[in-house]
Design a protein around this ligand. Sequence first.
Ligand code: GLN
Length: 544
Amino acid sequence: MKVVVVSGGVISGLGKGITTSSLGRLLKARGIAVTILKIDPYLNVDAGTMNPYQHGEVFVLDDGTEADLDLGNYERFLGQSLVGTHNLTTGKIYRAVIEKERRGDYLGNTVQIIPHVTGEIKRSIRDVAQASGAEVVLVEVGGTVGDIESMPFLEALRELSYELGEGHMAFVHTTLVPVVGPVGEAKTKPTQHSVRELRAIGIRPTMIVARGPAPLSPDIKAKISLFCDVPPEAVISVPDQPLIYEVPLVLEAQGVGTHLTRLLGLPEREPDYGRWKTFLETYRRGGPSIEVAVVGKYTELRDAYLSHTEAFHHCQGTLGCTIHLQWYDSEDLPRNPAALARLNRSDAMLVPGGFGSRGVDGKLLAIEIARTKNIPYLGVCYGFQMAAIEFARNVLKLPEANTTEVEPHTHDPVVCLLEEQKATDRMGGTMRLGAQRVALTPGSKVAGIYDRNEIWERHRHRYEINPSYIERFEAAGLKVTGRSVDDRVEVLELSEHPFFLGVQYHPEFLSRPEAAHPLYRAMVVAALERKEVASSVAAAPARA
Ligand code: GLN
């Protein structure tokens, strides 16, 4: 078992997740079996109960785990699906320790952070290594070195490195090298301090990844090397990139692959990035451009919709077009004529998932525009439920149609609570979660897009389309073309529209750079076609 730990210094939000994912990709390109595990030192058991405004998107895994968004980056960079044991939190560790204590497993001993909590952490890491069969486990430690919360985790990793012995573990420390002053001087002091902090707890970094706006000069690298006791070739500069998928190649260009494999005694092979490089070239080249409207209530914090943004990047790098995402705050939209005018000119529209009543009117308004103006539309989860409500109100003429999430006593509950949810009063991990099988109607648009009649997609919801309205929807042209094994409505598509699809599940979680999700791809293609037709009409000479 070999372990690469990625810690962070100075500030959080340095892109440790991208660094970790990129290191994983770099090893994978050398034919080494890798996996990644994230440590989140907060006390929440999982990210499911956390506000997207504080922590960004909640990423859902196949097994239904509601995980930190970095798990999404790992899956996208590695092209591998992960399971819930790959996201450790203080909440999970303490829960396990306390359960053991209550069972009497500690045989009367005093239960302490060291060795019991650290022991539980080490056991969890070893279990992931074993279950995944990976030769190298990358462990990203969330937060910043020096935080009280991360101490037990770093201590456990220190112990693990001692137990595994020389040459089995590498410590990559990610820090900020700020550029300050009128002449733009790169400052190494914060890095020196954070490395000192790491050393104080018995960890000596083997590699420093310096983040900052610009590449580090050779003397700054030399200075960091001298002060922090790492060889100059192990000081890596990762300046901000226009696209995160460039980072593995930025690391590669500085010899990280060779350095890391030597450190860990792994075979030195030529890396093979396969389609990764083609993806990057296509992305950089771009092509005909489209503007995609994203209408949601968390638009202030883009991380809240991270997987959607990435799915569009994957389309750009696959289809060779340029995609501009235009964000609309659904709460502000109804009273913002300029935004509405622009929205009307969008080439495509996405309404992502969401919860609660805030911003619902704006979403309904946007969907009406997409439906009536033939703008390609993709509704995901709440965006799918909203599409059903908009249709019920404006086409079926049921003005009170609503979801019981917004209006519990509505006359027309076209979206209602899932039966099994009625017995639940706990919030954590209780939604309909994870990968579920969906049967698509043969011959439907959606089946054509996937090119199959059965799919597995990830879910996260409490409400569903009320079956008693299906007949009326279908009679008016909104067809149910996907159903779960237990007959819930999973897909709705409008027959009289070039591209109008709603899905109860979250396709964004399965899009990968080397395999853009079929639904996003199809929507972008529909937008490109519509734009091409529109511009050729505009370019045609006026008839005499
Ligand atoms: N709030 C809706 C539900 O719980 C949609 C959830 C979502 O968009 N993830 O069913």
